[in-house]
Write a protein that binds this ligand. Structure first.
Ligand SMILES: [Zn+2]
Length: 103
């Protein structure tokens, strides 16, 4: 998935939002190739499309509507990232915790 969030002109207050993914949208619209590219295991291996779908269905079963595309500590699983006052340092901090293990 492309993550382009640089189109909006920002006023003085920098408030950044993480991208989130609609779980239903992903299940309905993403092709196998997109699923493979978008989901990885905690150890960095790509998920198969089947594994990715299982993860998404597990999240749905928890009542979630959206999942974060990157680690977010202010995330609402119904509405997405609630914003961060400090500008996000776009460093390669790495994913702390992905959605969850398939088993
Ligand atoms: Zn966030």
């Amino acid at each position: 998935m492309k993550q382009s969030a640089d189109a909006l002109p920002q006023p003085e207050i920098t408030r950044s939002y993480h991208l989130c993914l609609s779980i239903r949208g992903a299940l309905m619209n993403m092709g196998n190739r997109e699923l493979e590219d978008a989901f990885t295991h905690d150890d960095g291996r790509k998920m198969t499309p089947r594994e990715a779908k299982l993860v998404l269905m597990d999240e749905l079963a928890k009542g979630y509507k959206v999942i974060p595309c990157s680690p977010c500590d202010n995330f609402d699983y119904q509405r997405g990232c609630q914003g961060h006052d400090e500008p996000e340092a776009e460093s390669g901090a790495g994913l702390r915790e992905s959605t969850e293990r398939p088993q």
